[in-house]
Design a protein around this ligand. Structure first.
Ligand SMILES: NC(=O)c1ccc[n+]([C@@H]2O[C@H](COP(=O)([O-])OP(=O)(O)OC[C@H]3O[C@@H](n4cnc5c(N)ncnc54)[C@H](O)[C@@H]3O)[C@@H](O)[C@H]2O)c1
Length: 369
């Protein structure tokens, strides 16, 4: 490892790597992009030439590994490639931040975890929403101020997108063209693994609880194929006995990308409002009885507050910056990074259980190891 900024490689120079690039450019003292790999040479070139320093480009990650010259890597590929590519980097001793979902199956997560332990190479799951500064504040409020929220009692989460509208409208693909997100084999599934994974993971992050059991039902409508669910509704039971529901829909026609949640605790409620167009997620608000249950009718509804700006001042409004900063600082100090593969395990185990339940029509237990 060099004394200067950590040298970063990016594998997969598609849409989300531009967010990683922007985060990198905002921390020139701690990180520098030095190598880019994409199967499309044009995509690799476009990303490489969008930063001021010279960047090596490759169209094959094994050739990138052979050339070396970087300290850590970000893997941002179609989901089915996460595991095989991540495995090659771990075996080569390179710490990696792998975009969500970490892998497509729980067996792959288990194998990657074994390799990470054997080679002592950190593997981090890119669950970027954990690095929204609002999420940090809520986690503190829920886990450190028990009279503010108290124990989780029930919750609901939503993840809605008009994916065909995004592909053929926003991205400008020809109408009806294929895309890996439509294909259950290349995406590892449909709306649950591709976008609901964010909210499923965020509930764990905010509450500190894990999933224990699920029961799911869903639909498989065109243009999704190879077993990619276009929608799913899931009952979720946490390890403290509380229950929640997920409503995920990839065919939410005339709806902007939209995530929302309600968390109901012993003393308070958290609401992540549906997204407003152009934002990463909707604003959060909260209300608490502060441990003094209301007795008068006028006190029953105490109103919701937005998070105070002053509490958010220490973190960047860009979650990709916070995520990369945490990763880079941990590697530099030789510590285990936040949201490593062990921490991500229950999220991947929950996704696996949802797919088991979708296919069997019966409840499924979330694996604990
Ligand atoms: N954290 C977030 O908020 C967030 C948001 C969007 C996407 N993502 C995740 O980021 C990842 C990438 O998504 P995206 O939207 O950038 O996809 P994308 O399709 O825009 O980019 C994927 C890139 O991988 C390249 N590629 C395909 N096969 C390859 C191979 N064998 N070797 C090298 N390159 C190859 C493609 O050419 C393409 O440029 C996914 O895991 C996705 O779920 C995360």
């Amino acid at each position: 490892m060099t004394d200067g900024p950590l040298r970063i490689a990016i594998v997969g120079a598609g849409g989300i790597s531009r967010r990683h690039r922007t985060a990198l450019l905002a921390m020139p003292e701690s990180a520098r992009l030095v190598s880019v790999c994409d199967a499309s040479e044009d995509a690799a070139q476009a990303l490489a030439t969008s930063v001021p320093d010279p960047v090596a480009t490759f169209n094959n990650h094994l050739r990138m590994l052979e050339a070396g010259g970087f300290d850590v890597a970000i893997v941002a590929l179609p989901h089915v490639l996460h595991f095989p590519v991540a495995k090659d980097f771990v075996e080569a001793g390179i710490p990696i931040l792998v975009e969500k979902p970490l892998t497509c199956t729980l067996d792959e997560t288990r194998e990657l975890r074994a390799l990470s332990r054997r080679f002592k190479v950190p593997v981090v799951a890119g669950q970027t929403q954990r690095f929204n500064r609002e999420g940090f504040w809520l986690r503190k409020w829920v886990q450190e101020a028990p009279l503010g929220f108290g124990a989780l009692r029930s919750f609901d989460i939503h993840a809605w997108q008009n994916l065909p509208g995004y592909l053929y409208g926003t991205l400008g693909l020809p109408n009806g063209a294929d895309h890996w997100l439509l294909d259950g084999k290349r995406a590892g599934g449909g709306v649950v693994i591709s976008i609901a994974v964010h909210q499923l993971d965020l509930v764990r992050f905010i509450t500190g609880l894990n999933y224990a059991e699920v029961m799911a039902t869903g639909q498989y409508e065109a243009p999704f194929y190879n077993g990619a669910e276009s929608s799913a509704v899931v009952l979720l039971k946490m390890d403290n006995g509380s229950a929640g529901s997920l409503h995920a829909n990839y065919l939410a026609v005339r709806t902007p990308y939209n995530e929302a949640m309600h968390l109901f605790g012993e003393h308070g409620t958290i609401v992540q409002h549906a997204e407003q167009i152009g934002q990463y997620h909707g604003p959060l608000s909260f209300s608490s009885d502060g441990g003094r249950p209301a007795t008068a009718w006028a006190d029953m509804y105490q109103g919701f507050e937005r998070l105070p700006e002053s509490d958010l001042a220490n973190l960047s409004p860009d979650p990709f910056f916070n995520q990369l900063d945490a990763f880079v600082q941990a590697i530099r100090r030789g510590c285990e990074p936040a949201n490593n593969i062990d921490e991500n395990f229950n999220t991947m185990a929950c996704i696996q259980a949802i797919y088991e339940s979708l296919s069997s029509g019966r409840p499924a237990t979330v694996a604990s190891a």
